[in-house]
Design a protein around this ligand. Structure first.
Ligand code: C2E
Ligand code: CA
Ligand code: CA
Length: 648
């Protein structure tokens, strides 16, 4: 028995527990028949006592094996059981054999034949049943066949000697077959064991895969794919009439990018893990969280959840400081919810609505929750209409540029103009550029629009005095695309206009989408002689280090800060900081959205003399620019018109 091979031992025991009861049953039955034929002829102890004793042992073993059929033994117990079977097979073999010899002299030839027949057949049956335990089969064959051969050869009768020889031959063949069989059995067991191991491994891998496919490996939350699948399942249940109402939410961490950039990705990761832990803590049976990617998380909330209240709790929980490795970080979050129901009928729409609500939430100050409403639906519909109309628009004809003056408050002169896009569509009327530019940026249509508008600007510049410069707004998408940039450079070079008369305005947000690509684009433009202005400064996220790294000429203070300057100390301090920053870095500073004389005065006192805003003029068509230039040019012997007197 191979004790080092536990699987084989257990397999032998299993095969055995089925065969051994049969072995004992046949042994008992055959013995009983021989006892019966010899009863009265042979002595009582040979026909009843001795066989009765052996059969009792056999019966006990039989019931033992029978009871054991279903129990699970340890390898040690199984090995002990098999060892005892080996010894018992030897002992019982000897016992029954010598009982046969003792009976043989009694009775007639038929009875003698019965004894020989009994011994031979019972042995074959027993060896056959012991096939899976080679040791037991060998021992049994030896203890029976050797005495059998000797005993019957010594009887001095040809027929008996021949029977003994036959038996020896049969046993030899049987042992040979048994040896091969037990080898095959061991092989089969080891192969099965191997296959089971392979199966287990395959199962483990597929479990891992399933987990990976459905979970986010960083946070352990369900991933985007699984989130969409769950949302889809609920929508389908709903459409089939069996589901309950539910809402889909999207949460976005505001300020996470700053943590990532400032402290590194491992700190950023730790923050995400902690944020997900907090989400799990407040996720009741009615709420499922998932990580959609980056710092964006998804929520599926049951119909009973009070969305605004839950959103407030969530934002509050996420706003608590994060104690990470060796820093304490803080982020806020915005949350948008959309309920499945009246406003939408597909998962896609539901996502779009939640996304729109999130967008609205982000537009407010951080830490807000917005639930998609009927009003949102109307404005979203308008977005779609714009999208559609833009695709079908005759860009060349429908798009135009208007120009807003940038004035130097010290001289009242026109410093430059900013080109602003206008779109008049036959069915939709005039559309706000903030809206259609955003729509165009979703597709490569923005590149066509940029090219068309840039050509128009260059044509206009060619008509104006050669010292008048103009700025042009460049979209985030163009800035990140080397292809689009090459087209832009090409258009400028072929126009014949001096590139130094062109200024390109880029926003911080646009720069941050792909900082390296944006930087390359800016260098390319700068090499051409084009100047670069950073637009809407202060609204997006950009660290001062980025401003240092960029090839900039000018910073434009966003109109929001200029507008709030007088009543918000925070806005006033941003304005002051930007003006100081420009002074330190020798950058030109322009204030946008100047609407009152007070604002212009305050900016002038702080050292910002270039201003743009309704106080100095609204955007005008190209044909009015030349007149504007002349009006603001100091004529000989003419006092400079004080802009404020003029507009105020
Ligand atoms: P922006 O680059 O910040 O442009 C200035 C916006 O402020 C203009 O709005 C202008 O009309 C407005 N504005 C000027 N002075 C005042 C003021 O005193 N008070 C107030 N409240 N607003 C003032 P507009 O023309 O609607 O443009 C909105 C935005 O659309 C622009 O913001 C710019 O980001 C984008 N945009 C406009 N034209 C283009 C373009 O040709 N290409 C690209 N990529 N974006 C453009
Ligand atoms: Ca601008
Ligand atoms: Ca601006």
């Amino acid at each position: 028995m191979d004790r080092d091979n536990p699987t084989l031992v257990l397999a032998q025991l299993r095969a055995f527990s089925k065969q051994i009861p049969l072995l004992y049953a046949i042994l008992i039955a055959n013995t009983a028949f021989v006892s019966l034929t010899h009863f009265g002829v042979a002595p009582f102890y040979l026909t009843v006592l001795l066989p009765g004793f052996f059969c009792c042992i056999a019966a006990l073993r039989l019931s033992g094996w029978w009871r054991m059929r279903k129990s699970r033994l340890t390898v040690e117990q199984a090995a002990r059981r098999l060892t005892s079977t080996v010894y018992l097979a030897g002992a019982l073999g000897i016992g029954f054999t010598f009982w046969g010899f003792a009976l043989f002299p009694y009775g007639d030839v038929y009875m003698q034949s019965h004894v020989i027949f009994y011994m031979a057949l019972t042995m074959i049956a027993c060896v056959f049943s012991l096939m899976n335990l080679r040791a037991a089969a060998y021992i049994l064959s030896c203890v029976v066949i050797v005495p059998f051969l000797i005993f019957f050869s010594l009887q001095g009768h040809m027929v008996l000697t021949a029977i003994a020889a036959n038996m020896a031959l049969v046993t030899a063949v049987m042992l040979f077959i048994l040896t091969t069989h037990s080898r095959d059995f061991a092989l089969m067991v080891s192969q099965r064991e191997y296959l089971e191991a392979v199966n287990r491994e395959t199962q483990r891998l597929s479990d891992d895969n399933r987990k990976l496919a459905h979970h986010d490996s960083l946070t352990g939350l369900p991933n985007r794919r699984s989130f969409i699948a769950q949302a889809e399942a609920r929508v389908n249940e709903h459409l089939a009439g069996s589901g309950r109402n539910f809402a889909l939410g999207i949460v976005d961490l505001d300020g996470f990018k700053a943590v990532n950039d400032l402290y590194g990705h491992s700190t950023g990761d730790a923050l995400l893990v902690e944020a997900s832990r907090r989400m799990r803590d407040i996720a009741g049976p009615d709420i499922i969280f998932a990580r959609l990617g980056g710092d964006e998380f998804g929520i599926i909330a049951g119909e009973k959840v009070d969305l605004p209240a839950f959103g407030r709790t969530l934002c509050e929980v996420l706003r608590q400081p994060y104690e990470l490795q060796d820093v304490t970080a803080e982020v806020t979050s915005s949350c948008g919810f959309a309920e499945f129901g009246d406003h939408c009928s597909t998962t896609h729409e539901l996502f779009e609505h939640a996304d729109y609500a999130l967008y609205q939430a982000k537009d407010k100050a951080g830490g807000q929750t917005v639930v998609f409403s009927a009003a949102h639906r109307d404005s979203l519909r308008q977005v779609h209409e714009i999208d559609q109309a833009l695709r079908n628009a005759d860009i060349e004809r429908e798009l135009a540029l208007v120009y807003q003056p940038v004035v130097d408050t010290r001289t009242g002169r026109l410093a430059s103009v900013e080109a602003l896009a206008r779109w008049r569509n036959e069915s939709l009327g005039s559309i706000n550029p903030a809206q259609f530019i955003a729509a165009a940026e979703k597709t490569s249509l923005i590149n066509r629009i940029t090219n068309v508008l840039l050509r128009k600007l260059l044509l206009d510049l060619g008509q104006w005095p050669s010292d008048l410069t103009a700025s042009f707004n460049l979209s985030a998408r163009s800035l990140a695309s080397p292809d689009a940039m090459l087209q832009i450079v090409n258009i400028i070079q072929r126009s014949g206009v001096d590139p130094r008369r062109i200024e390109i305005e880029v926003t911080e947000t646009a720069l941050m989408i792909d900082f390296e690509a944006a930087q390359r684009s800016l260098v390319m433009l700068r090499n051409l002689g084009v100047r670069i202005a950073l637009d809407d400064f202060g609204t997006g996220y950009s660290s001062l280090s980025h401003v240092h790294e960029l090839a900039l000429d000018k910073i434009k203070i966003d109109r929001k800060f200029v507008g709030d300057m007088s009543n918000s100390p925070k806005a006033a301090s941003v304005v002051r900081t930007v003006i100081d920053l420009c002074g330190n870095l020798s950058l030109v500073c322009v204030a946008e959205g100047v609407e009152t004389v007070e604002q212009a005065d305050s900016l002038g006192l702080q050292g910002c003399h270039l201003v743009q805003g309704f106080l100095y003029g609204r955007p005008v068509p190209a044909r009015d620019v030349a007149a504007m230039y002349v009006a603001r040019r100091p004529g000989p012997g003419r006092a400079l018109p004080k802009s404020r007197r003029k507009s105020g």
